[in-house]
Design a protein around this ligand. Structure first.
Ligand code: ZN
Length: 359
């Protein structure tokens, strides 16, 4: 048994392993099967995390002037996911000792704050941001080709069958780009694209945590409100000149294929011109509101475009709402989720004010 996996085992399985007994001999077969499955999945996070970090380190080294703060953020985000994993993974478990010590010397903050500070985005979102900075936001094709090549090099284990859990590849299966189409604007890049990824973390708890912390930090209040109160009929209405295009990575060809929006997205982001357009039948989706790449992408667009932000209507089931009056509701709902889902003690400080990791 390798060292990395050994320290990732749950107490029950670890005890069995220390006694040099296969877990099968001390546990009932079903429990054993579940634990082994879990153990293998944990191994997948360690492996994926290791590959992701080393690959990103290469990008960081080659493009340091463009992505100066991104490396520490990637490390922190991965360590955070390891820390809230059912079977906790220590940061050093993602490395062999020597590599880990070298990286720790260079980026000590990520190793110090992974269990006290929250990330603002997933590792994939940080990677996507870096790729867009390197390739330029108008070069969609270049961005997607570069990403595809990168993800191929990461050689993450492919799922045996299509599944909504990402098998801890740390990869977002869908990316989205949107822009506000305005004619007559001058300049080199009058209608810039804004990119987003679907949530690239596994498990309901992890998704709930990432959605809640995104409502607190990176998402604009309008997007956060629509996501947080979608179940109660909230949505936002944008001009039809907001164009949103999504692409799903095809694992067989390592390329991106166009993807129509899901029912959740057309429910909470109204008025947007989606490409391709919605083809569903209003069926309930299996993933939570806010999970999709459209959320991050539209939020970035709204954050950057003050004029557009002024045109967004925020609705709940009774009509238009004044966002300024609702901000505290978004915060208290997100905070409640984080207090409930995060490990007790370190993240949750007095008066439930969370600290975020910035680099
Ligand atoms: Zn969607």
């Amino acid at each position: 048994m390798c060292r990395v996996a050994f320290f990732s085992l749950s107490a029950e399985l670890r005890t069995a392993a220390m006694a040099h007994n296969p877990p099968a001999k001390t546990l009932d077969p079903r429990r054993q099967e579940l634990l082994i499955k879990k153990y293998k999945d944990e191994g997948s996070l360690v492996k994926s995390g290791n590959r992701f970090i080393l690959k990103f380190l290469k990008i960081y080294t080659e493009h340091i002037t463009l992505v100066r703060g991104h490396m520490a953020e990637v490390l922190h985000s991965i360590f955070f996911l390891g820390n809230i994993n059912d079977v906790k993974i220590d940061p050093m478990e993602f490395f062999t000792d020597i590599v880990g010590e070298e990286i720790k010397k260079k980026f000590p903050e990520a190793f110090e704050k992974y269990d006290t500070h929250l990330p603002t985005r997933t590792p994939f979102s940080i990677l996507l941001d870096a790729v867009v900075l390197i390739k330029g936001n108008q070069n969609q094709k270049d961005v997607m080709e570069y990403l595809s090549a990168l993800l191929k090099e990461l050689s993450v284990p492919k799922p045996k069958k299509a599944t909504h859990s990402n098998y801890y590849t740390l990869e977002a299966t869908v990316i989205c780009m949107c822009h506000y189409e305005r004619n007559g604007l001058k300049g080199l890049n009058p209608n810039p694209n804004f990119y987003g990824g679907s949530l690239s973390c596994k498990g309901l708890k992890e998704r709930k945590v990432m959605i809640a912390l995104s409502c607190l930090e990176p998402w604009t209040p309008a997007v956060a409100y629509a996501v947080a109160f979608a179940d109660e009929g909230a949505y936002i209405k944008l001009p039809k000149d907001v164009i949103s295009e999504a692409f799903q990575r095809d694992l067989k060809t390592d390329s991106y294929l166009e993807k129509a929006p899901c029912t959740n997205c057309i429910t909470i982001f109204r008025g947007v011109s989606f490409k391709p357009c919605y083809t569903g039948n209003n069926k309930k989706e299996l993933w939570p509101y806010g999970n999709c790449a459209e959320t991050e992408s539209l939020s970035k667009l709204l954050k950057a475009d003050l004029t557009l932000r002024g045109q967004v209507e925020v609705h709940n089931k009774t009509g238009i709402v004044h966002l300024d009056l609702e901000t505290h509701q978004i915060h208290s709902k997100a905070t409640e989720t984080l207090v409930e889902e995060l490990p007790k003690g370190r993240f949750v400080v007095p008066s439930n004010v969370f600290q975020f990791f910035y680099s």
